[in-house]
Design a protein around this ligand. Sequence first.
Ligand code: NAD
Length: 496
Amino acid sequence: MEKRTLAYWQDKAATLSIEGRAFIDGASRDAYSGRTFDCVSPIDGRVLASVADCGAADVDAAVAAARRSFEQGVWAGRNPRERKAVLLRWAALMREHLDELALLETLDAGKPIGDTTTVDVPGAAYCVEWFAEAIDKVGGEVVPADHHLVGLVTREPIGVVAAVVPWNFPILMASWKFGPALAAGNSVVLKPSEKSPLTAIRVAQLAHEAGIPAGVFNVLPGGGEPGKLLALHRDVDCLAFTGSTNVGKQIMQYAGQSNLKRVWLELGGKSPNIVLPDCPDLDRAAKAAAGAIFYNMGEMCTAGSRLLVHRDIKDVFLAKLLEAAKAYKPGNPLDPDVSMGAIVDKLQLERVLGYIEAGRKDSTLLLGGERVNASSGGFYVEPTVFDTRHDARIAREEIFGPVLSVITFDTIDEAVRVANDSDYGLAAAVWTANLTHAHEISRRLRAGTVWVNCYDEGGDMNFPFGGFKESGNGRDKSLHALEKYTELKSTLVRLR
Ligand code: NAD
C-alpha cells in the first residue's frame, strides 16, 4: 500500500470531487432559492465547494418527503431484519468510502486525518451497524393485566425525526442520531452545521445507493435558519439536537410554539477532571489530562477543560502535564503525523483567542496562548494552559478550544463542590487509588458520564451518552437511544 504522507492526502484532495447539493427525496438538489454558501477549509482558508443554502421551501420539501415515506411504510413498515440488511449495506459503503469521507471531514473541519480515518468515519459506520444489529432483537412487553385482557406494550417509530448537529464531530454526531432513528423505522431530515456539511451530504448519497428508500433520509445543508424551521415545523415529530446550550434552549421554545415535538438535547460542557494525591499513575493521568483538552483541538463537548488538582501534587503534576502537552503541536491535519489540526473557522478562532485574552488578565499563563501558522491562511492555536481560580471566566464558560484551566483544591469536599459548581453536567473524571473514594466521588458528581482513572474511554456503543443539568436531556448511544425515537404504546385486548 502506498505510504500515507501529507503529499498523498494533498494529491487526493486536489482531485476530490465535492458534492454541495442538498439530498431531498432520493435526489441531490440545489436549494429552491438557488442560494449557496462557500464551504471554507480551516486548513488554509481555501473555498472547497459551493453548498446549497437551504431555506423554507427545502425544509418543507424534505419534511413532506419524510412524512410521505413514513406514511407509506416503505421503511417503517419493513421487517426489522430487512431494515437491518439495508443499514448494514450502508455502513459497508461508508467503510468502502472511508478515505473519501475522512478526507472530506478533514478538509471541512480541520480534524487530523489520523483521527478521521480511525475514529470519525469508522465510528459512524460502527454506530449504524450497532443499531442495525440491535433492531431485530429488541421487542415489546406482555404485561400483567386482568385475566380477560391481553396487555401489550410496544414501541413504535415516532415518525419524522429532524436531527440538527454541530461541526466538531460532523459525521459521528450525525450518526448518533440517524443510526438509532433510522433503525427504529423513522424517516429522518438531517441538518448538518454550515461549518461542516460535506460528509453528511455524501453519506446521504451512499444511503440511497444502499437501498434506503427515497424520502427516508434527507440532508439539508444550511445555517441556523433551516434548523429553526425544522424545530418550528408542525410536521416534525421529534427534534434531536447536538450543539450549544443557547441554541438548545431556543429549540425547546420552538417546540413549545409549534407542535410540542419531542426535543432531545446534547449540549455543552465544562467538565472537571479531578486528580487526588493518591492518583495511581501520575504519568498516565497527565497524558490523559492533556488528551482530554487538546484532542480534537479542544473542540469536544466532553473536554476536560477544568483540571482540579490537589495542592500536594500540583507542581509535580503540572510539570508532567506540560510535557504531555508537547504531543499536541498544531499543524496541517492532512499530515498523518499531526495530532492537532485547525480550529474550525475564523469565528471560532476569534472566540478562542478572546478567551485567551480574558485569561491573561486574571490568570497565570503556563503554556501556549498564541495563534500559529497564520501564514497558511488557516486557523491554528497552540495548546494553552492557565493556572486560575474556579470563578474565573475561562474556568466557567465553555471555550470549545485548546484552553485548559487548572484549579487547585485542598480537600475532597472542596473538589466535589467546585466540580459541581457549573451549569453544565456532561462528564467528569476522578483519579484515585482508593476504591471507596472513587465510588463516593463518582456518586456525588453531577454528570452524565464519570470516568475513574481514565478520560474519554468508552468508544463502544454500550454506554449512554448525555448530560445532566444544562448539558441536555436524553441520551445518545446504547439501547436507551432508541427510546428517543419511539413512542410507547399500550394495547389492551379484551378477550371476552
Ligand atoms: P450551535 O448550537 O451553534 O449549532 C449547532 C447546530 O444548530 C448547527 O447545525 C447550527 O446550524 C444549528 N443552529 C444554529 N442556530 C439555530 C437555531 N436558532 N435553531 C435551530 N438550529 C440552529 O453549536 P456548534 O457551535 O455547532 O457546536 C458546538 C456546541 O455543541 C458546543 O456547545 C458543544 O459542547 C456542543 N456539543 C455537544 C455534544 C454532546 O453530545 N453533548 C457533542 C458535540 C458538541
